[in-house]
Write a protein that binds this ligand. Sequence first.
Ligand code: NAD
Length: 314
Amino acid sequence: MKVGIVGVGAVGATTAYALVMRGVGQEIVLLDPDKNRVQGEAEDISHAVPFAHSARISAGDYPDLVGSHVVIIAAGTARKPEESRLELLSRNAGIFRDIVPQIIQYAPEAVLLVATNPVDIMTHIAADAAAEHGIPSCRVIGSGTTLDTARFRALLGQHLGIDPHNAHGYVLGEHGDSEVIAWSLVTVGGIPVDEFARQVGIPFDEQVKKDIDQRVRFAGKAIIQGKGHTNYGIGSALVRIAEGILRDQRVLLTVCTPARDVAGVPNVTVSLPHLVGAKGILDTILLPLTLNKSEEQALHNSAEIVKEAYESLK
Ligand code: NAD
C-alpha cells in the first residue's frame, strides 16, 4: 500500500516517521517545495526502517504519487502563537487550490486526508476541488477533531487513573475554539463516566469537567507557546486514520467531510463520528438525536462559525 505526503514540515515528517513505526504503508512518497529538506527527511526516516517496519521512503514530485491509496496533505504554514486557525485561512486556501488538482491528476483513486489548518475549511476546499474532477466527498477526509478526541481521552485516562483506550468520548464540531465535548456520551468501558468515577471514588464534578474541557480546547495553543508547533499527536492521529483506510477497518473516528446538515447548519464541514474504511468515509453517525440540548446548541454554533468562515472566502 502506498501513501503520499504533500507538505513535509513538522507534521508531514512526523507522520511519515509514525507510519514507519506503526507499519502502516509499504511505500511512502514525500513531496515539498523545499527539495533539500524533503530529501533529508526521506533519507533520515528510511534509516529508522531497520528498527521498525519494512517500507520504502522516497522524496518525489507529483507524478510519483501514481498508485497512492492515501495522500496526506500537511502543506501550509503552522499557526503562530496568538494566531487563530481561522486567520490561516486565506494563506492556506491558495496553496490548496494549487496542489489538490495536481494530486488528483496523478492519484485519482486515492483518499485525500487533510491536516492543514483550519482543517475543517481546508477539507471543504479540498472537497470542492475534488468534486470538479468527479471525486465524491467521501474520499476527502479532514483529521478534524481526531486529535482533540485523543487529547480528551488522554486527560480522562490521567484523571481517572485508567488506560485511555477504555475512555470513550467524542470531541465534535470545529477543530478549534468552538469545539464541543459531548460529555453526555462519555463512558468508561461502557459505564457512564460519572457512575464510574463514583464507584472508584475519584472526584468528577463540574469543576473537573471544566478543567478538562479547557485543557483539551486550548491544548494546541499551549503546546505552540511551549515548542512552536505540534507534531506528535497530529502525526499519530493521521496514521490512525490512514490505517483505517488502508486496512479497511471500518473504524469510528471524529474526522470531518462535507455534510448536508450538521445540527441545522446546511452544507458544512465539521467533525462528527464517521465510519472510516477503504473507500474513505463509509457512514456518518448523526448525533443530534443523542446529544443533550446544550451540546446540540453548541454543535450548531460551532458549525455556524466554520460555515461563516468558509463563506467569507467567496
Ligand atoms: P511547517 O511549516 O513545518 O510545514 C509546512 C510545509 O508545507 C513546509 O515544509 C512547506 O515547505 C510546505 N509547503 C508550503 N507550500 C507548499 C505547497 N504549495 N506544496 C507542498 N508543500 C508546501 O508546518 P507544520 O507544523 O508541519 O504544519 C503543517 C500544517 O498542519 C499547518 O497548517 C498546521 O496548522 C497544521 N496542523 C494541523 C493539525 C490538526 O490537528 N489538523 C495539528 C497540527 C498542525
